[in-house]
Design a protein around this ligand. Structure first.
Ligand SMILES: Nc1ncnc2c1ncn2[C@@H]1O[C@H](COP(=O)(O)OP(=O)(O)OP(=O)(O)O)[C@@H](O)[C@H]1O
Length: 360
């Protein structure tokens, strides 16, 4: 297996810049998810790593070998990059083993060598013994594993997944997430996994690259993305962060500072270089908000919607004095908050979003 370096890569289609100066280092054996809303440039990045698309600027290095520069683009078949697509069409008239071994047959690899490599690939995806079956006699998850084996049979140095679970139902998705995580643990394959589903990215990846309009917004492990988003886009995209206006009252001390938010002082987490400033932004997660009693010190809010979710409810609300702001929290059973009434809410803590000039 091999690492991947995406070094200051840009891609223009005519006048349109689909990717701007993106740099990502993927370590040997790492599982990297590339996450972002539709149109942010995920697929373009994947196509350039695979060699289907040329870079306009920058370079791509796989396993120490430069694969793409504006002057030179090594073709896909010379890159040893495997791809698992969303539409993993298998040939229905071929057996599982024939599907997996097809590329070797085309490459005129000998029968014995082919059988050995097909058996090895099927074993890597836990499908030993399934070689003689037809795709029609497999479950959706097993078919996806055949597609993975088909890509592994050519011993790729890097495997790219392009939204592989987007077409599957919710139960199968969860099962396949486990399969992929297990596969990665067993084989140590370097993986780049494209998705727009943040729960999937969080469940699987060592680190997540969040893309926004062709730029890398943040590259960090899942917990850091959740707890310390680098900017407003990441804060609101990951787990529906609540963004609130805040004034910073004190400089950072031991990772915290005091802010005034909606008329209340709160001690929040922050970067070590924070100092007092006005018009800052605070990111709160729903567990950081709590409903308090009517006589307690809290922000007066109007409850807009209560959605019971089994054991707890998602409560959507707005501050009485700032009806333009949307907040949400979770209340465990017994759910007492109801839509249409006023209540009080306390912000326990949050993350002070760094000023734009400090963002990476
Ligand atoms: N061949 C092309 N010519 C012109 N524009 C393109 C081309 N390919 C992609 N784009 C544009 O580049 C931008 C990024 O597209 P890309 O497919 O990489 O996004 P994405 O993040 O993968 O989106 P999705 O999740 O919807 O697949 C889009 O605005 C798209 O219209």
């Amino acid at each position: 297996m091999a690492g991947l370096t995406i070094d200051r890569v840009s891609k223009r289609f005519g006048d349109y810049e689909a990717l701007s100066n993106v740099s990502i280092n993927v370590a040997d054996g790492e599982f990297l998810a590339v996450l972002g809303p539709s149109g942010c440039g995920k697929t373009t990045l994947l196509r350039m790593v695979a060699g289907f698309e040329k870079v306009t600027d920058g370079r791509i290095i796989i396993g120490g070998e430069t694969m793409s520069t504006p002057e030179r683009n090594l073709p896909p078949e010379k890159r040893r990059v495997g791809i698992v697509f969303q539409n993993y069409a298998l040939w229905p008239h071929m057996t599982v083993a024939e599907n997996v071994g097809y590329s070797l047959k085309v490459a005129k690899v000998s029968r014995a060598e082919r059988d050995r490599r097909v058996a090895e690939a099927l074993s890597l995806v836990n499908l030993t013994g399934y070689g003689d079956r037809r795709p029609a006699n497999l479950s959706g998850g097993q078919r996806q594993r055949v597609a993975l084996a088909r890509c592994l049979v050519s011993a790729p140095s890097l495997v790219l997944f392009d939204e592989p679970l987007a077409n599957l139902d919710v139960h199968l998705r969860a099962a396949m997430e486990d399969e992929f995580a297990d596969f990665h643990k067993r084989t140590g394959t370097t993986i780049v996994y494209i998705t727009h589903d943040q729960a999937e990215a969080m469940a699987l990846a060592d680190r997540i690259a969040v893309m926004d309009e062709g730029r890398l917004a943040q590259l960090a492990p899942p917990r850091e993305l959740y707890r310390e988003p680098a900017n407003e886009m990441v804060a609101s995209f990951i787990s529906q962060g609540i963004i609130l206006p805040a004034d910073v009252l004190t400089a950072a001390e031991a990772g915290h500072c005091r802010v005034r938010v909606l008329g209340h002082e709160v001690l929040v987490r922050c970067r070590p270089d924070e100092s007092p400033r006005a018009a800052a932004k605070l990111c709160c997660r729903s567990p950081e908000l709590e409903a308090v009693g009517p006589s307690e010190d809290g922000i007066p809010v109007a409850i807009k919607r209560v959605v019971y979710q089994g054991g707890r409810a998602r409560v959507e609300l707005s501050p009485v004095e700032r009806p333009d702001l949307n907040l949400h929290l979770e209340q465990a059973d017994p759910v007492t908050l109801v839509a249409g009434v006023e209540a009080r809410v306390r912000i326990r803590t949050g993350w002070l979003i760094p000023e734009a000039r400090n963002a990476p």
